[in-house]
Ligand binder design. Structure first.
Ligand code: SF4
Length: 281
């Protein structure tokens, strides 16, 4: 298959979204080759923001969601077609603000989807307003005097919500980014990839990130407490070092699994509900 779409690209020169696009194309091609996954088994769902244009630029089955709603759509697609690999591309405004409830509940349920957040820490498409991950003091179009709120830490949030795969990449570190994409797609259960994405036009943090990032090494990715401690190393404002890589990777029952096997051995809906309650006792 051919992953290259004829759509004209309208991202600004130097935008980190190019890295995400190219590394995802390469990851999908390699998974198709090495794991024998046909390209038509990948489905991408995009949110609203500059990132959402990926649904046009990647030539695989895709769905363009409304603001903040990519995740419930992706969960539905996966439940109806369990043999598909469903990947959400969402933004930090899109999913940490408008769609936060969906993100938390997909993690809590261990929905078997992959969520990739293009976290440029600003609303780029609407020209520079602050988002939930903008640093303390950020001056944007809607906040010329600087914000006085603390940013959320998405990795910490995802760990405590129940995500079974949590990682962080950076759009200037291409090879690890591609590896993270492949690991997340192959993970059974809810996989979350926070990508520090450069917005070349409204919030270019290249110099800060280049100084602060380092690769996580030698951690036990099945140890929740260790993952949480690493996630807390950087608070999205300080000059502390920023770990990149996989923080957490555990295998747990996925959303829908129990229901499918119970459906087969029960006749009525009431029986199925009783059986589910029995199983959870
Ligand atoms: Fe990329 Fe920022 Fe331009 Fe949007 S506004 S295309 S995020 S550089």
């Amino acid at each position: 298959g051919n992953l290259i779409s004829p759509a004209e690209n309208t991202w600004c020169p130097g935008c980190g979204n190019f890295s995400i696009e190219h590394m995802m194309k390469s990851a999908l091609a390699e998974l198709a080759e090495s794991k024998g996954i046909p390209l038509e088994k990948f489905v991408i769902v995009g949110g609203i923001g500059c990132h959402g244009k990926l649904t046009d630029y990647l030539n695989v089955n895709s769905f363009y969601a409304i603001h903040g709603r990519a995740i419930p759509l992706a969960t539905g697609i996966k439940l109806a077609n369990p043999d598909l690999h469903v990947i959400c591309f969402v933004g930090d405004g899109d999913t940490y603000a408008e769609g936060l409830d969906h993100l938390v509940f997909a993690a809590k349920r261990n929905a078997d989807i992959t969520v990739i957040v293009h976290d440029n820490r600003v609303y780029g498409l609407t020209t520079g307003q602050y988002t939930p991950t903008s640093p303390y003091g950020f001056k944007g179009r809607s906040t010329p005097d600087g914000i006085t709120e603390r940013p959320i830490n998405p990795l910490e949030l995802m760990l405590v919500s129940g995500a079974t795969f949590v990682s962080r990449g950076y759009t200037k570190k291409l090879k690890p980014l591609k590896q993270t994409f492949k690991d997340a797609i192959l993970h059974e259960g809810f996989s979350f990839v926070e990508v520090l994405q450069i917005c070349a036009t409204y919030f270019n943090l290249t110099d800060c990130y280049n100084d602060q990032v380092y690769d996580l090494e030698g951690i036990d990715t099945t140890d929740f407490d260790q993952a949480l401690a690493k996630a807390r190393e950087w608070d999205y404002t300080s000059l502390a070092r920023i770990p990149l890589g996989t923080f957490y990777d555990r295998k747990m029952p996925v959303f829908g699994e129990k229901f499918r096997h119970l459906e087969k051995r029960t006749r009525s809906r009431d029986e199925a509900v009783r059986a589910v309650l029995e199983e959870y006792r």
